[in-house]
Ligand binder design. Structure first.
Ligand code: HEM
Length: 499
């Protein structure tokens, strides 16, 4: 018996020894790959660099780090390393030349909590490829239902103009109306119908999106992203926000299930119906990505990625028009000459309206809505500029560093439409205009957003002149910073009908 215990003891010691050795080798591997990570500020254990990063406006800290450490550097957000890429050349080398390696999506905890990894924005690999290809095709300007996307935006612009004119001579905050109009375009694409602006279901949807971005933009949201498990068990607004979103997603699912019973597979009218047709076609295909979880979360992606972005840009644009009345007048002159007043602007007018086009681009450039874009992750171990970037590492693309780079813009620090005009007043394209990102993960809604920005903006300026409640020189047009993005300050305006 004693002999058996001795043998077992020895075996246990050998086993423990092997485990310790394995852990040592594993960590040694980690240490050696860590030592080949790009340089960056020195982290402290567990908390990393969070005391050196301004959690309210992290992109500012990253811009400063890039001056010290170069165009590729590492910051530790809590216990995890994050690679930050700065400058046009570096972004292009990573996102275009090595697009497969840098094309993953990092599931930061708020996103993971809401989507569970389903849907096109949060997914990777075959799931992302299938959903992205399908969504791009469905969002194309033609080919679905009876009406083009431009017609849908056109129709909504008419409702928006009417809602603005209802305010008559009174000052009002345009925030909700712009969100409603932009969101309704997505409703029209996804559900095949628009909502009245005072519809209760529509308001419920808007509140879900608002609450999500509010949380994402707060320091609490950033903290959740760094220490999700700890924050989850604390009281706070996240419980209400996530609870609301569950109900919003349940509504999407019910809408989809209702359609299934009387679906005409030969004539899908909207995104949901097109998805259901594909789902039925692939019913017997093992591992098909066309199922309810991906449908519901892709719908959520279209709403969340498409509403706040485009409506904030329009809101910022109107604020800038009030700050610079001479720019507003010059756009109106161009609209009067090219479109006149008897019809609404259409997408075909755009090439003939270089000044308006330049102003819209400059609104986006100077606003720098999404300074660090949506996080990416490395899809495999990769050598990049002499560093080793391990598979799975989060990557932030510092769009801000390109949109404000004096190497690429005549006047980077001001609001100046000349940044997009040549010496003859023609619109001048600039590759450094990266407001929508770059490479395989470039914004899926870029085409739609461009149509919306042009039609909503020019339709509003065709009908109204905008004036602030205080003199232009007192207007603060610098966006407020949040961790999610740079958003315009709250304001009220007068929209005077033009003669
Ligand atoms: C002014 C408006 C907009 C701006 C500035 C903007 C910007 C961006 C940016 C910077 C990204 C991340 C790119 C990357 O990961 O590298 C993105 C992704 C995305 N955007 Fe937009 N966006 C806008 C409007 C829209 C609209 C209207 C929609 C919806 C139809 C939309 C849907 C998406 C989706 C689904 C993704 C994820 C794509 C993927 O992961 O493959 N966006 N957008």
């Amino acid at each position: 018996m004693d002999c058996l215990i001795l043998v077992l003891n020895n075996l246990l010691s050998v086993l423990l020894g092997l485990i310790v050795l394995a852990l040592f080798w594993k960590n040694r591997g980690k240490e050696s790959s860590r030592s080949r990570l790009p340089p960056g500020p020195t982290p402290v254990p567990i908390l990393g660099n969070i005391f050196q990063v301004d959690l309210k406006q992290p992109y500012k800290s990253y811009l400063e780090f890039s001056e010290q450490y170069g165009s590729v550097f590492t910051v530790w957000l809590g216990p995890k390393p994050v690679i930050v890429l700065a400058g046009y050349q570096t972004l292009k080398e990573a996102l275009v030349n090595q697009g497969e390696e840098f094309g993953g999506r990092a599931l930061y905890p708020v996103l993971l909590q809401v989507t569970n990894g389903y849907g096109l924005l949060a997914s990777n690999g075959a799931r992302w490829k299938d959903l992205r290809r399908f969504s791009l095709m469905t969002l194309k300007n033609f080919g679905m239902g009876r009406r083009t996307i431009e017609e849908r935006v056109h129709e909504e612009a008419g409702f928006l103009v009417k809602a603005f004119s209802d305010h008559g001579d009174s000052a009002f905050n345009p925030h909700n109306l712009l969100c409603n109009a932009v969101s309704n375009v997505i409703c029209s694409i996804v559900f095949g119908k628009r909502f009245e602006y005072d519809d209760q279901q529509f308001k419920f949807l808007q509140q879900g999106i608002d609450g999500y971005f509010h949380f994402l933009s707060s320091s609490r949201g950033q903290f959740f992203n760094v220490f999700p498990r700890l924050t989850w068990f604390l009281p706070g607004p996240h419980h209400e926000v996530f609870g609301h979103l569950e109900k919003v997603k349940a509504y999407f699912e019910q809408e989809a299930k209702d359609r299934l019973s009387n679906l005409d597979i030969n004539s899908p009218q909207d995104y949901i119906e097109a998805f259901l047709v594909r789902m039925l076609e692939q019913e017997n295909k093992p591992g098909s990505e066309f199922h309810f979880d991906n449908l519901v979360n892709s719908i959520w992606n279209l709403f969340s990625a498409g509403t706040e972005t485009t409506s904030s840009t329009l809101r910022h644009g109107l604020l800038l028009m009030m700050k610079y009345p001479h720019i507003q007048e010059r756009i109106q002159k161009e609209i009067d000459e090219v479109v006149g007043s008897s019809r609404s602007p259409s997408a075909q007018d755009r090439p003939n309206m270089p000044y308006t086009d330049a102003v819209i681009h400059e609104i986006q450039r100077s606003m720098d809505l999404s300074p660090t874009s949506v996080p990416h992750k490395m899809m495999r171990d990769t050598e990049f500029k002499g560093y080793f970037l391990p598979e799975g590492t989060m990557v932030l693309t510092l769009l801000s560093s390109v949109l404000s780079d004096p190497k690429h813009w005549k006047n980077p620090d001001a609001f100046d439409p000349e940044n997009f005009l040549d010496e003859n007043g023609r619109f001048k394209k600039n590759d450094a205009f990266l407001a929508f990102g770059l490479g395989k993960r470039v914004c899926l809604g870029e085409g739609l957003a461009r149509v919306e920005l042009f039609l909503f903006f020019s339709s509003l300026l065709q009908r109204f002149s905008f004036r602030a409640t205080q003199p232009p020189e007192e207007l603060d047009v610098s966006p407020t910073c949040s961790s999610f993005g740079r958003l315009p300050r709250t304001y009220s305006c007068y929209a005077r009908l033009r003669e």
